[in-house]
Ligand binder design. Sequence first.
Ligand code: ADP
Ligand code: MG
Length: 138
Amino acid sequence: MAERTFSIIKPDAVAKHGIGAVLARIEAGGLKVVAGRVTQLSRAQAEAFYAVHKERPFYSDLCDFMTSGPVFVSVLEGENAIKRYREVLGATNPAEAAAGTVRADFGTDVEKNAAHGSDGPDTAREEISFFFPGADLT
Ligand code: ADP
Ligand code: MG
């Protein structure tokens, strides 16, 4: 079933001029980019986006990192896009991510791990409408 998911190429990967390389991995993984733009998250946006983690010890540092520079937000579409993109990304910790994944190749550490992908259909819908409100996408 064709499905949509949400991606953020995070500030570390953008700073390494990695937007094109990560998009190439996305496309090689059979996913289509159906919307995208460069933006910089406000503190309020980062805090809301990661609200599920607000009790975690890394939350404040994570929000600092996510607001530290431009990001590339996009909507991806394809067969089982949510699961497929998580596979393209690899494990959260780049040190544990399989060879050839985005996080293994572009991530720095468990926080600065190059890119985000939605973890399920509900979060995908919420994250897409958070960054692409009103777009004829969801
Ligand atoms: P994922 O992005 O793989 O879904 P999580 O939802 O668990 O992972 O975490 C969200 C983000 O928080 C991660 O992508 C990473 O940037 C950061 N993060 C996760 N765990 C840690 C940690 N132990 N220390 C620092 N940052 C973390
Ligand atoms: Mg997650």
